[in-house]
Design a binder for this molecule. Structure first.
Ligand code: ASP
Ligand code: MG
Length: 418
């Protein structure tokens, strides 16, 4: 069995869905589990619906209409006989409307998951219905019945043991050899909908591979593989044909957006290779992430993480930055679901970088101000260079103002003004 994962960009149009079908047909000899994300930017659009619902704003209807119209355009272009898909979608929109007509509960995260998950439910319904017209041996699976998490809404923790038991029968059914299911979403044991964190479909693919003992995972992307830098930003980038799990987890952790950082562990644990390939040029080899018994010679790889904020906290009482203070700081960060991208301590100061979110930043600063002097700089960028050389550091950092610098044999990181 192989796992194929198609992200939002690969199914953002009717042509995208047709292209997916072609890739699946070209692999007709395989038993396949196809994991699909919400189409295009529909998760963002559904976040807007959630926000207007939760804050009881009048723009909810218009925001919902954006979601409906986007899918309608794709459906109109894909299906000659729309009745087959209309029946399925009407049921989904009815369920969604039923939620939206109620009063929101007190938990934003709970509401978020049960609304935003419709992106994946709609996309997989469209894709499965379209492919089933030609191949009735394709099976639609509602992943919420098999992939079980706790009730940590918006970042559910997967119960691997229970999910393994439940997924095994779901993905082995007589006469079915292609399964289409949702990325990103899951369910609790009481069948509440949860999600695994933004961009979590890669992670779903990796978990399913682990649970179903798949032979490989392929992530179909709009880039030709894992690149030495962001091809949208730099001209002279190359594909990296082979990477170790360790290299991949370091790169994604440092902000390389090509795969979700949580994707590597479930694969490494079972030694399942991960292919990253272009859905536009599926015949090309792309990149393979795997375990290698020999050392891979890698060129400099660099990642620019924009929209960062650098904060420096100094205890007001002049006490050391030690375990107690650090655990307090991380407690506050965890309560805001913030992830630190770089940190540095001195005797009485703690500096760290994280994604800047204008929505709750001032509130966070106020909270820290109870115990710390707080300094911050919002217009900064974090540059990470793996396998650095003098030339590449000169090229990327050059004359920029450097606020923080960290360097070891393999990795150099710089917080610079944007
Ligand atoms: N649709 C979800 C998101 O955009 C999950 C994913 O794309 O991986 O965050
Ligand atoms: Mg997406």
């Amino acid at each position: 069995m192989k796992i194929f994962k198609f992200g939002g960009a690969s199914v953002k149009s009717a042509d995208g869905v047709r292209n997916l079908q072609k890739i699946v047909k070209d692999n007709h000899n395989e038993k396949l589990v196809i994991v699909v994300s919400a189409m295009g930017k529909m998760t963002n659009a559904l976040e807007k619906v959630t926000n207007s619902f939760f804050e009881r704003k009048a723009d909810m209807t218009a925001n919902l209409q954006t979601v409906i119209n986007f899918h309608k355009e794709i459906i109109d272009a894909l299906f000659e006989d729309k009745t087959i898909i209309d029946n399925r979608l009407t049921k989904l929109y009815d369920d969604l409307n039923e939620i939206l007509q109620q009063k929101p509960s007190l938990s934003y995260d709970y509401e978020y998951d049960r609304i935003v998950s419709f992106g994946e439910l709609i996309s997989t319904s469209i894709v499965a219905t379209y492919l089933q017209q030609e191949n009735p041996a394709i099976q639609f699976v509602d992943i919420r019945a098999g992939l079980k998490t706790d009730d940590n809404y918006r970042e559910g923790n997967v119960d691997m043991k229970l999910s393994e038991q439940l997924c095994a029968p779901l993905f082995s059914q007589p006469d079915k050899n292609i399964f289409i299911t949702q990325g990103f979403i899951a369910g609790t044991i009481t069948n509440q909908t949860t999600t695994l964190g933004r961009e979590g479909s890669d992670y779903t693919a990796a978990i399913l591979a682990n649970l179903l003992h798949a032979e490989s995972v392929t992530i179909w992307k709009d880039v030709p593989g894992v690149m030495t830098a962001d091809p949208k930003r730099y001209k002279e980038v190359q594909i990296i044909p082979k990477l170790s799990y360790k290299e991949a987890i370091e790169l994604s952790y440092c902000g390389a957006s090509v795969i979700h950082p949580k994707t590597v562990k479930p694969l490494q644990n079972k030694k399942i290779p991960l292919f990253v390939k272009s859905f536009l040029e599926p015949e090309k080899a792309g990149s393979v992430i795997n375990e290698y018994s020999y050392k891979l010679d890698l060129p400099p790889i660099y990642i620019n993480k924009n929209n960062q904020v650098l904060l420096t906290l100094t205890p007001r009482d002049f006490s050391f930055i030690a375990e107690e203070k650090l655990s307090k700081i991380f407690g506050v960060l965890a309560s805001y679901r913030l992830k630190v991208s770089l940190m540095q301590t001195s005797a009485i100061s703690f500096s760290f970088c994280m994604d800047y979110n204008a929505m709750n930043f001032q509130q966070l600063v106020q909270e820290f101000k109870n115990d710390f002097e707080v300094l911050y700089n919002t217009d900064v960028e974090l540059i990470t260079i793996r396998h650095h050389t003098k030339e590449i550091i000169e090229k990327l950092v050059g004359e920029k103002t450097v606020f923080v610098e960290q360097r070891n044999r393999l990795t150099a990181r710089f917080v610079v003004s944007e």
